[in-house]
Design a protein around this ligand. Sequence first.
Ligand SMILES: Cc1cc2nc3c(=O)[nH]c(=O)nc-3n(C[C@H](O)[C@H](O)[C@H](O)COP(=O)(O)OP(=O)(O)OC[C@H]3O[C@@H](n4cnc5c(N)ncnc54)[C@H](O)[C@@H]3O)c2cc1C
Length: 320
Amino acid sequence: MEILDILIIGAGPIGLNCALEAKKNNLNYLIIEKGTIVNSLYNYPLYMKFFSTADKLEIAEIPFISAAPKPGRQEALEYYQGIARQKNLNINLYEKVLKVSKKEELFEIKTSKSTYQAKNVIISTGFYDIPNLMNIPGEDLPKVKHYYTEPYPFARQKIVVVGSSNSSVDAALETYRKGADVTMIIRNPEISSHVKYWVKPDIENRISEGSIKAYFNAEMLEIREHSVIFRDENGDHIEIENNFVLAMTGYLPDFDFLKNSGIELNSDCLNPVYNKETMETNVPNLYLAGVVCGGKDTHLWFIENSRIHAEMIVKSILSK
Ligand SMILES: Cc1cc2nc3c(=O)[nH]c(=O)nc-3n(C[C@H](O)[C@H](O)[C@H](O)COP(=O)(O)OP(=O)(O)OC[C@H]3O[C@@H](n4cnc5c(N)ncnc54)[C@H](O)[C@@H]3O)c2cc1C
């Protein structure tokens, strides 16, 4: 069996960046990806706009040309998939990594299709595969969506949007503009300060004029086939008619996968342990890259500030 210098788990923007850095340094690498290239971006809402400008999403100094200052999902797919194609990166697609274990000096990586050996492993698995559940009765009903794609199925429907992050606000505004009757149930006292600065006034104005109803300091209690029940800021239980729930309550890294790979997770946020200069975890030669590093705090890392991980990791590998 061939022994790889680096096996990279996940072909997101940061996994691709690690592959480019490995290639540049003549290291023998392979990316294993469970879906398509940049699978998380492929599953984003169809009409989403990045909060970053195109230059901040660039990897390996390859220009990202976008007609608008903030690129959309399709342009990002063209950019990252184009890089993988043009640079002929070594990627196995539709193959899931199931287990990483250390056998003496080498890693054994078991996937849904095969087993590999590598001297170093980079986990760049992101956080977009596991929804942060509300854990309330009715959450498993088919009318409840944890991923939002586009507004058209929701025209003339009574929609509850849970949360006040970028995803919630985009879903509320888009569905409202296609004729949905939108109610937002928001745990916090106001719209999140993380919401894109050019979108925040829009949602706040729609709420204050009453076009979109919003309950702040409120909590979802139960979802029924034709209604939802929530607690409002006075502690009263309110039941409203409802056709669909868009539960935009965030996503989580695969903590079981990290733990099973031997990585220690700290504090309530389950932050993985790693060296801030090299990105090496408590398991020697096992590295983390990209947004997976933040644990439950998924606002900590994004493409903009985790692009540097690739260079840090390869430098550490070469220095050994
Ligand atoms: C809607 C939305 C908008 C965002 N907008 C921005 C923005 O404007 N600017 C910005 O900088 N950041 C943004 N982010 C945050 C973040 O930068 C992105 O989530 C980005 O995709 C993270 O890159 P990544 O490579 O770390 O992880 P991902 O892109 O999530 O890549 C991880 C990859 O690993 C694969 N994978 C997972 N588990 C396995 C496994 N066991 N085996 C094999 N493959 C596996 C996944 O399929 C996926 O392709 C946004 C996030 C979301 C959700």
